[in-house]
Design a protein around this ligand. Structure first.
Ligand SMILES: [Zn+2]
Length: 183
């Protein structure tokens, strides 16, 4: 998805969409998202979607998963799937990152516009930023973690400590400035 410009979305909009997504499946108060079950029912949530668990060596180096927009496929590497099932935070978030791509680029048919130089891309119109933002907002929902430390977030939400700190700092910044930063 590198180097494509898509319809801009602010963090606030993505937060609202993440909340709605959770609410649709009765998970608005669930701290620890059941990622393996979510992955299993994705083709029910999105009837046109096909999910695959493929051997690690069928992915380019450094890639663990991919969403093929035109063929409507989410592919996970075998090791990512297994690690997600074992509760690894990074792999759990990888699954929701791909769901974010699918949700925004296929389900809501946001236009995958022109190819542009990465340097010209604003974060909020970058599909990678949007998927990353969705994964962070849906796995670490502000309304449930507001008084938690990053360590508590990591344990309770099942995310990596890095992701917990990242989201924690965003919420802290919002508190200080009393507004949601656009990215
Ligand atoms: Zn991505």
């Amino acid at each position: 998805m590198d180097g494509y410009r898509v319809t801009p979305m602010s963090r606030k909009l993505i937060r609202d969409k993440a909340f709605q997504w959770r609410k649709t499946y009765g998970m608005e108060r669930t701290l620890y998202l059941p990622i393996p079950s979510i992955f299993e029912i994705l083709p029910i949530i999105y009837p046109e979607l096909k999910t695959l668990i493929d051997p690690d060596d069928s992915f380019s180096r450094g890639y663990y998963a991919e969403t093929d927009i035109s063929r409507k496929i989410i592919r996970l590497s075998e090791s990512t799937y297994n690690r997600a099932c074992n509760g690894d935070g990074f792999s759990r978030m990888t699954v929701m990152h791909e769901v974010g791509h699918y949700e925004f680029l296929v389900n809501q048919s946001i236009k995958c516009a022109r190819r542009v130089e990465q340097d010209d891309l604003k974060p909020y119109e970058d599909p990678e930023w949007q998927a990353k933002c969705f994964a962070g907002e849906i796995m670490i929902p502000k309304h449930l973690v507001e008084n938690m430390t990053p360590e508590e977030i990591s344990i309770n939400c099942g995310v990596s400590l890095t992701a917990a700190f990242y989201q924690y700092n965003i919420y802290k910044k919002e508190k200080r400035q009393d507004k949601i930063p656009s990215f």
